[in-house]
Write a protein that binds this ligand. Sequence first.
Ligand SMILES: [Ca+2]
Length: 364
Amino acid sequence: MGRNGGRVHTYNTEGLVANGDFETAPSNGFPSEAISDGPTEIPSWITKGRVELVSSGDKVSGGMILIVPRGLKAVRLGNDAEISQELTVEKGSTYAVTFSAARTPPDIVQLQGWDPYSISFEAEKDKVPLIFTNTGMEDDPECGPIIDDIAIKKLVTPDQPKDNAVVNSGFEFGPWMFQNVSLGVLLPTNLDEETSPLPGWMVESNRAVRYIDSNHFAVPEGKRAVELVSGKEGIISQMVETKPDKLYCLTFSLGHARDKCKEPLAVMAFAGDQAQNYHYTPDSNSTFQVVSVNFTAKAERTRIAFYSVYYNTRTDDMSSLCGPVVDDVRVWFSGSSRNEVLVLLGLGPAFWAYLIILVLSWDL
Ligand SMILES: [Ca+2]
């Protein structure tokens, strides 16, 4: 780890940044419950303004007891306060930063007051500052945001398979997720079009979608999927390569995350000249169904996009946002034999491999 006196580069590539969970004790110990007047020392971080280390179990505004997602400590940023540290990265690579944030008093509309988020950036230098600033001006300085669990992951864009025009079709490539955090990660609107915490995909609306894992949610394929939690305001999309005037087939898994989300669940799917909504009506033994849409491409690139038709909430608290799950998105050239493709799709996902080989051979 470069502690032997040599100048060994330690790249931040995956996992917590230095003291990203704020559990490292300052040199003179953690401050006592009484708020000290002096600046708080937080190992590995540079602080500006009123930054406090808070502890799980502390009383926060409104008499609520603070619960920290992992470990015992987190930081609260007062008005205009800031924490920063320098990350060592690889110039030209894209990274996602995952962090948990809560507002005090906890907003009951949010899940348990805490939500993990992820944003992405392309490294323009080998050293980049990571800065969290509270730009809010609260009347009560105790109402500043609390931040915890800051992690980084270098993003890799997967190779595109020959039989599918969709990049990262199963959402398996994405931001860092903590194994024991059960809330998924919210992906807000992309800061710029070029980078996304979900390689290949864009969150192009003003509300977030949730990236979920199979440890805590029902996921149709692999270990990751996307839950559309913000109705029409949470849109994921991708531009896929197509040939104009050719017939294509879009298929995707439409599922229930098994997170007590109140039905009905439905997605609106867009592909080329098609825009249709699909209700979740699976077989009794499954948490998802496979939906297919035939469309004609109009250009060299075709936008495929999904949003939730409804604004769903969980049945247990009637306030936490949830929604339909989308996974395993595929687009392929379906030649001219539209009817034959439809018949084969009716046989279900077990025949995927067969179907794809068949379509490719038509293409030849
Ligand atoms: Ca998946």
